[in-house]
Design a binder for this molecule. Structure first.
Ligand code: PGA
Length: 244
């Protein structure tokens, strides 16, 4: 199965950073079967695209509608036209700061698929949910409700497990917790979309850096990583690409 290393710049970066960082990353040798994707803020997509070499372009969000009077939003088709292969949907920061629901995430994922993009569908529990022992139930419910309607073995999508408390905190779950959650996510996805387990790709995200990437990527059921802060420097992100 492929390994996906995706960098989520969030609302960071600039064209100047892209021009410095991306040629250095594009020059790195990665193992065959590893795909690297860079997800910059929407206004930088056009400037980033020609700097990627063999790396893929991704976006951080798309609207659930195909088009219309939605000031400030971007459509999946526009992202496709800008050269994107991937789009992140349902990131916890979208869920938290923009009130996105599972149903909206599912609709965004469906719109992404319709436009020919591969959605990276994010799920993950909060600290309170983990401490109350509800993490697996919460995440399984998110998966069920966030998958695009009609997802099947023919649908090309990726899931990302990002515990909210691990994002930007320097904390990560134990390897056993990651393994168990990835297995639960894969099982739920198989049940919902009728996919064989080997076809379900689940990335891990939350405080991934060069120093822990190899250990995380070697956990059974981890198909890649979604990287925030560490995607902004060549040393860190390059280290993660090479760990893969
Ligand atoms: P982080 O963010 O790597 O900075 O923890 C991950 C994410 O939010 O995708």
């Amino acid at each position: 199965m492929m390994t996906l290393i995706a960098g989520n710049w969030k609302m960071h970066g600039s064209l100047a950073l892209a021009k410095e960082l991306l040629p250095a990353l594009a020059a790195l040798e990665v193992r065959p079967g590893v795909t690297t994707a860079i997800c910059p803020p929407a206004p930088l997509l056009g400037g980033v695209a020609p700097l990627l070499g063999r790396m893929a372009l991704g976006a951080q969000d798309c609207h659930a509608e195909a088009g219309g009077a939605f000031t400030g939003d971007v459509s999946a088709a526009m992202l496709k036209e800008a050269g994107c292969r991937y789009v992140i949907v349902g990131h916890s920061e979208r869920r938290q700061f923009h009130g996105e629901t599972d149903a909206q995430v599912a609709a965004k994922a469906a719109r992404a698929l319709e436009a020919g993009l591969i959605p990276i569908i994010c799920v993950g529990e909060t600290l309170a949910q983990r401490e109350s022992g509800a993490a697996q139930a919460v995440v399984a419910a998110q998966v069920k409700a966030s998958l695009p309607p009609g997802a099947s073995a023919q649908t090309d999508f990726v899931l990302a497990y990002e515990p909210v408390w691990a994002i930007g905190s320097g904390k990560t779950p134990s390897p056993d917790d990651i393994r168990d959650m990835h297995a639960a996510i894969a099982a739920q996805t198989c049940a919902c979309a009728g996919l064989p387990k080997e076809r379900v790709a689940v990335l891990y995200g939350g405080s991934v850096k060069a120093a822990n990437a190899k250990a995380i990527l070697s956990i059974p059921g981890v198909s890649g990583v979604l990287v925030g802060g560490a995607s902004l420097t060549a040393e860190e992100f390059g280290g993660i690409m090479q760990a893969a």
